[in-house]
Design a protein around this ligand. Structure first.
Ligand SMILES: *Cc1c(COP(=O)(O)O)cnc(C)c1O
Length: 412
């Protein structure tokens, strides 16, 4: 057999669905991919994986694309897990790490999901894809569609960061601005499916972007010697990354790949801290109210454009994972985004995006509240590259006159 998928499964009610044809939602909600994990355990080991090239296709058995099908790839995956001693010292944490997804193709972790989704769409005969985007998804989809030779249509809110507007165009997609939010863009994609004959690649509206994002959790475990951190800070928009990592941890546990403690049991999974910006925090609201489903967040507005998702179709999957992990959802201050971008970037030389700046603010709040142990292993996901957000940072550098250099100003 050339793949290990057993079936697809509706997340809302567990309905078993067949694998091998195009799938979007079931009863308006996302679909899981399930694997024959016992067969995978027999077929491959962590030692085999260690010998493979450093990209996300090293976890091939845990991905849905059949082994005899060439993936659509730009070399994505195996981003560095960087120890951050200087920033950690400032915060009072000795084991602070950043998983730096800014180094991926198109400068964000959206490439992981798109590598998987576009590979699957191409295999299943799709010729044309479409999606709404709040920022980075459009560029990633356009790049992988170009790589695959597929047509791509992208719809984004009017005020999407300028680099994200330009990016899909660069990669040959047909890109449009819409006078609304991402859910309005999503409606256009849904309504156009029949007339335009495109396949809907929206976040969690097909099952495979999630599988691509799951590889963040697989990599994290492998990089830690098949162990998991104590706490993960993850900037949450549509939630694919968070849901995907949680799924990855379960699959690894069932594969028995995770190290055991001295008592022979698998240590607890990490606490998931789902971070949202004050200006768009539907998951935080639902978490605090004890609800399983989130309400549409009114007037969503934040410079962390990846977090500007006022309604997430996988809300219950995000909230279930957070609660099962013993973590929480919390907001970071909008006013501190630029400060945190510069503070974290300048401390460690990592290109920190606004979404991750929100995570650092939440982390600092949790330290102040006594919710962090000074020596616990903390991983913050840096989901994108700072230069994609020209709007988020001040650019008024002091100017020097070449004819009359002001040395006092330079010495500051
Ligand atoms: C899309 C995006 C997010 C949110 O990702 P989800 O996994 O869908 O919650 C966070 N940060 C950046 C930079 C993004 O582009």
């Amino acid at each position: 057999m050339s793949h290990f998928v057993s079936h697809l499964e509706a997340a809302i009610d567990g309905t078993v669905l067949p694998f091998g044809s195009l799938a979007n939602l079931h009863n308006g909600r996302p679909i899981w991919v399930r694997y024959h994990l016992d067969r995978i355990r027999a077929a491959v080991s962590p030692a085999d994986i260690a010998k493979r090239p450093p990209n996300l296709w090293r976890y091939r058995e845990l991905l849905p694309l059949p082994a005899d099908v060439e993936p659509v790839t730009l070399g994505e995956g195996m981003t560095p897990l960087l120890h951050c001693p200087r920033l950690g010292k400032q915060l009072g944490l000795s084991n602070l790490f950043v998983k730096d997804e800014s180094q991926l193709p198109t400068g964000s972790f959206k490439s992981r999901g798109m590598a998987a989704a576009i590979s699957m769409a191409k295999w299943l005969g799709v010729k044309r894809v479409a999606l709404p985007t709040a920022g980075n998804a459009g560029g990633a989809a356009a790049a992988y569609a170009a790589r695959a030779g597929l047509e791509c249509y992208v719809f984004m809110p009017d005020d999407t960061p300028i680099v994200n507007q330009f990016e899909p165009h660069l990669y040959g997609a047909k890109a449009f601005r819409v006078n609304g939010l991402i859910n309005d863009c999503g409606k256009i994609v849904k309504d156009g499916a029949d007339r335009m004959g495109w396949f809907d690649l929206s976040t969690l509206k097909e099952p495979y972007r999630l599988e691509g994002k799951k590889t963040m959790g697989l990599e994290l475990a492998e990089q830690l010697g098949w162990a998991l951190p104590g706490t993960i800070f993850y900037p949450t928009g549509g939630g694919t990354g968070l849901i995907g990592m949680w799924k990855a941890f379960h699959e690894l546990a069932e594969l028995q790949w995770l190290g055991r403690d001295s008592a022979g049991s698998v240590p607890p999974f990490p606490r998931l801290i789902s971070c949202q910006a004050e200006g768009c925090a539907p998951i935080v609201r639902a978490f605090e109210k004890g609800e399983r489903f989130a309400e549409l967040f009114p007037n969503a507005k934040t410079v962390a454009s990846g977090l500007r998702v006022p309604a997430a179709v996988g809300d219950f999957m995000i909230l279930d994972a957070i609660r099962a992990s013993g973590g929480k959802a919390a907001t970071g201050s909008e006013a501190k985004i630029a400060t945190w971008m510069r503070r974290a970037s300048s401390a460690e030389g990592i290109s920190i995006c606004p979404e991750t700046a929100v995570c650092f603010d939440v982390l600092e709040q949790m330290i102040a509240a006594g919710e962090m142990k000074p020596d616990e292993l903390v991983v913050v996901f840096n989901t994108g590259a700072a230069p994609k957000y020209l709007e988020a940072l001040p650019t008024d550098l002091p100017q020097i006159d070449k004819n009359q250099v002001d040395w006092d100003r330079i010495a500051g």
